[in-house]
Design a binder for this molecule. Structure first.
Ligand SMILES: [Zn+2]
Length: 183
């Protein structure tokens, strides 16, 4: 199935889950305000993660939009982090500080090395991308990521109810596999 249809199905399940969760607590008026607030955050996060889960398996397809999206994200992330650290590096500063136009030379050097690191990161991503509809299209892989998300969200929010939204990634992931006819 192509990206457009995965997106349509993903949005449908995400909205369905968002409204179901919120209707359930509107009906149960005896929930505490704090619990209702947590449930609202939970409904937003779980809907988002359903959508991410429904799109992410195709990261393994070099021609697919999710793969290109992650590639661009890696490029921007690695380039900016490298630029930031290299610009503040003493080594570059010490090498060129006695030269004329040293700021300009330092700038060019920083750009060149940041681009080099970016290319290395992109090549690594290309090599590490598993074959299409291989491991990244297996339920075990989706479940492992969902479990990881659960622990990461728990680590950040320290809230059990909100962190359960991590598991919803798996629902979106399974939806993708169903749409691809793998399950
Ligand atoms: Zn797929």
């Amino acid at each position: 199935m192509d990206f457009k249809n995965h997106l349509k199905f993903g949005i449908f399940l995400a909205l369905f889950s968002f409204f179901t969760i919120n209707f359930s607590y509107i009906l149960c008026s005896n929930f505490s305000l704090n619990f209702q607030q947590n449930l609202f955050i939970f409904s937003i996060l779980s809907s988002l993660l359903i959508l991410v889960g429904a799109l992410s398996p195709d990261i393994d397809s070099h021609s697919a939009i999710p793969h290109k999206f992650v590639k661009n994200l890696i490029a921007i992330f690695v380039f900016s982090i490298s630029f930031y650290f290299l610009w503040n590096q003493e080594i570059f500063h010490n090498i060129v500080q006695n030269l004329e136009y040293f700021i300009f030379i330092k700038f060019i050097l920083t750009i060149i090395f940041s681009l080099l690191l970016m290319i290395i990161a992109l090549l690594t991503f290309k090599i590490l991308t598993p074959k299409h509809r291989g491991i990244m299209h297996s339920p075990i892989f989706g479940f492992t990521i969902a479990l990881l998300l659960f622990f990461i969200i728990y680590g950040i929010t320290k809230n059990f109810e909100i962190s359960l939204s991590g598991i919803f990634f798996f629902a979106g992931f399974l939806l993708h596999l169903l749409c691809d006819g793998i399950l």
